[in-house]
Write a protein that binds this ligand. Structure first.
Ligand SMILES: [Zn+2]
Length: 535
């Protein structure tokens, strides 16, 4: 039997990471993403892996987004030296994204250290460094999609287009279990229908077990055409007022989609020819990778190329990689479109543009991506009258346009349709979603497709069996004894008990009640502990 442990992307949308263990004790990892959103969630990035990175020979990476790739440098830092198998565009995007992520980690640690110093605290070491990111890039093994390869003895795999972002892939994995090969499919992040630039997700018909994402498992997107009209409206609104249109956007995919749409608008005469600033060094580099990888475009994007246009370029586009060029944007008056990161307005150059424009009546803030709770972007979406930027309260007088139809994720309808192609009655694990979204999708899959579903929780270990074994026994999630993990878990529990006990002993109200009998008991426990390993 095969074991899959959900080490991330289970009960949450970030931190994607699944450990697959074969009957021969081969260990394969699917994705190694960063946990994002809030201190508690991000704290998981520092936790122990739950396996030894040295024992992993193969890591499959579904796509370049940081919530799927962002812990790879840490994995390498902790001893991973195997292969990272991924599509060629994902490998290219990883080069810029992992280095950027390492830079952010280093800056954060430096800032924390400086802050701690003022309170005589300790130095903070970054989660990983630029060197760790560089070492990770050496392990990338780009592999074209749609071909089956033998990864290790008894393990075969194939990547398929997931239609989410450039290079994004679904993973088909065959693992030998006795005489049989069990087929497990990991959807990765799936794109929606009409997703710009990339082709629709590949339809798959066969699997014994399916892991499907559920980011928008409870939602239906507004139509894409409606969203485009809203963007035109926002641009026209600020052009009429002689003000700027500020678009916070993620550097990979969303930025390129916005450029693509603006190109369409300009060619169709829907908006006037005003300056369009791409004000993000990372997005500029990412756009270059998109521009190079034409063979992965869908028909519509190819048609633009064939008619002699650059889908991401237009005469009025200005790239501003340097800080000086970026600052000059706010010195220029008159209408202009500014695309900058970060996508949730929490860091980066977008903060400067918000500071200069949020308070200006006639300006537009166009929100085209998901804004997590607690972010500046979310406050703006929720209608805050003023927001704090660089410790300054800035009034919100610009018009805020929240446009929901540009998501790069499949919605409930798209997800159901994609799962409906499976003809083999797979058992479906619904992952990569908040609880409400995963539950809604799981219910729909049961109701409409009559498949057995399960929503794994973080760190849950699943037992996968071949069809024959499944027929003999009911599908089970029961734990098979794993001595090492059980032992480690017990030790952790013990340590926690001891910590609590130490606290109690130190607190005054307890030490009077602590008699010799209790001390004897503790000594007895100590004696017993020693006998566990005969030491
Ligand atoms: Zn993604």
């Amino acid at each position: 039997m095969i074991r899959v442990t959900c080490l991330g992307g289970a009960g949450s949308v970030t931190g994607s990471c699944y450990l697959v263990e074969s009957p021969n004790n081969q260990k394969i990892l699917v994705d190694c993403g960063m946990f994002q959103g809030g201190r508690q969630m991000e704290g998981r990035n520092k936790e122990a892996w739950g396996f030894d990175p040295k024992e992993i020979e193969t890591l499959f990476l579904t796509h370049a987004h940081i919530d799927h790739s962002g812990r790879i440098p840490k994995l390498v830092k902790d001893g991973f030296t195997g292969r990272i198998i991924t599509s060629p565009p994902t490998a290219e995007l990883c080069e810029i994204m992992l280095l950027d992520a390492a830079h952010i980690q280093e800056m954060d640690a430096e800032w924390q250290t400086r802050k701690n110093k003022r309170q005589a605290g300790m130095d903070v070491t970054p989660l990983y460094t630029t060197e760790d990111a560089e070492a990770s890039l050496k392990l990338l093994h780009p592999m074209e999609r749609d071909q089956i390869i033998t990864v290790e003895p008894g393990v075969k795999a194939r990547l398929r287009n997931a239609g989410h972002i450039l290079g994004s892939s679904i993973l088909e994995l065959w693992v030998e279990d006795g005489g049989d090969a069990l087929k497990i499919v990991f959807s990765g992040d799936l794109g929606k229908k009409e997703q710009l630039i990339v082709k629709d997700p590949h339809e798959i018909f066969n699997a014994d077990y399916l892991f499907v994402e559920s980011t928008y498992g409870n939602r239906r997107h507004r139509t894409f055409e409606e969203s485009k009209l809203e963007l035109v409206e926002a641009i026209r609104y600020s052009v009429a007022a002689g003000e700027k249109i500020i678009i916070p956007a993620f550097a990979v995919e969303r930025t390129q989609e916005i450029l693509y749409i603006l190109g369409e608008f300009l060619r169709g005469g829907l908006i006037p020819n005003i300056p369009i600033y791409l004000d993000s060094p990372l997005a500029i580099k990412a756009t270059e990778i998109f521009r190079k990888n034409k063979k992965y475009y869908d028909e519509e994007a190819r048609a633009i190329v064939d008619s002699g246009y650059d889908p991401f370029g237009m005469p009025s586009l200005r790239l501003t990689p340097s800080t000086r060029d970026s600052m000059a944007i706010n010195e220029a008056s008159g209408p202009a479109i500014v695309i900058a990161g970060s996508g949730m307005c929490t860091a980066g150059r977008i903060k400067h543009h918000l500071k200069h424009n949020l308070w200006r009546p006639g300006a537009s803030i166009v929100i085209v991506g998901f804004q997590a709770k607690g972010t500046t972007g979310r406050q703006i979406v929720d209608g805050a009258k003023q927001v704090k930027i660089f410790r300054e309260n800035v009034a919100v007088r610009a018009k805020v346009f929240t446009i929901g139809g540009f998501s790069a994720h499949a919605d409930q309808g798209d997800l159901l349709e994609w799962v409906s192609h499976f003809e083999s009655n797979p058992k479906v694990f619904v992952v990569h979603g908040e609880a409400v979204a995963s539950t809604a999708l799981a219910e729909k899959i049961q109701e409409k497709l009559h498949l057995v579903t399960h929503i794994p929780v973080w760190k849950e270990r699943l037992i996968l069996k071949s069809k024959e074994l499944m027929a003999e026994e009911l599908p089970v999630e029961e734990e098979i004894p794993d001595v090492e993990t059980a032992m480690l878990n017990t030790i952790i529990d013990l340590e926690n008990e001891l910590k609590a006990l130490r606290k109690k002993v130190k607190s005054t109200e307890v030490d009077k009640d602590m008699g010799e009998e209790e001390i004897d008991r503790l000594k007895y426990i100590q004696h017993e502990l020693k006998s566990v390993f005969g030491s």
